[in-house]
Ligand binder design. Sequence first.
Ligand SMILES: NC(=O)NCCC[C@H](N)C(=O)O
Length: 428
Amino acid sequence: MSSIAEITSQRETQKKLKHPIHVTSEIGTLRTVLLKRPGKEVENLTPEFLQRLLFDDIPYLPIIQREHDYFAETLKNRGIEVLYLEKLVVETLSNPEIKKQFIDDILRESKANVNGAAHVLKEYLLSFSTADMVDKVMSGILKKEIEPEKKSHLYELMEDHYPFYLDPMPNLYFTRDPAASIGNGLSINRMREPARRRESLFMQYIINHHPRFAGHDVPVWLDRDFGFSIEGGDELILSDEVVAIGVSARTSARAIEKLALNLFKKQDTIKKVVAVEIPKCRAFMHLDTVFTMVDYDKFTIHPEIQGPQGNMNVYILEKGIDDEHVNITHRTNLQEALKEVLHLDELVLIPCGGGDEIAASREQWNDGSNTLAIAPGVVVTYDRNYISNELLRQNGIEVIEISSSELSRGRGGPRCMSMPIVREDLHK
Ligand SMILES: NC(=O)NCCC[C@H](N)C(=O)O
């Protein structure tokens, strides 16, 4: 029979889980996750704009969709509730006033290409059903779709060669990056690259207006108006007390410090933010492309982020003398720093590609370190990274593989393609 303490604790967990967002670890059993099924936006990629749109190749739509559906089914078969971003956005914008406001916002944020055509584009978008309008906004609007108006400005004539009024958003299936769940709240991120910056507007609207979230107390620890960039691929919830954040090509030290200040001030459980500096290059774009948590005491790592003897720059931020200051201390070894903040005597770093120079580099490029933990010691990975997957198994991890020929072309793996909304708390 359960003790009174156990029953009370179960009730507490139930109560906490009723909150629409609840994530206190990287590895707690995943209950609800947000995905985006790749859509027409990936068919609007062309070779000349690949770099600008942050792709290395053009995925074949029917196959990337099939692979993504398989990913979603894999999660559902494990009892995980899958929410789709595109569906939540349509539901959010079912209110005509909110829809108009959204169209104004998205056009304003697309101003580089929209120029003087905002009013025509607004009418154009309003002429669609909400679902089709959302699809248009996500997949992009070509100039040739709209009757040309008389061009009265030099810049309008100069920009004729550029095909889009609204750029496609092919990176939307990487739901991890525009926002990150931390405790019962979120960071809604100012994304580093212009190609992705509009993406976090969707989450802002969902949180403020979708019935599943609006009206609940969902704190926003850092919002997208903050002037420095941060992306969810860099935000790892190591425990209910510790968040690790990559100082990377995408995430700035200033955003990390501001987020830490806000968490220390408004979120009573987070005690430490661990800033992990990684090389600023495309292959290592976020911390989660080189480092993910797979069990209480096990992580994947791309060995190249560490110098000789495993040295690298790790900074631990803690509450300072007042709400405006943090205490910062420096560590030079990631493994030791992790043991310290997680109160562990032993901790295993599992090297991507088994540490072999070629295999590590190849498998990391295809997200061999980017695992999605769906429970402690259970991860979803790409099938193509067979050396890393085998090594995970040898370390006692259950590895669920998904196919990845087309999904991997966007340079993101299972963790990048998923935003946990609810996870069960870990047993202490
Ligand atoms: N967390 C991640 O590493 N996300 C992958 C994002 C890939 C996307 N093509 C990008 O460059 O932003």
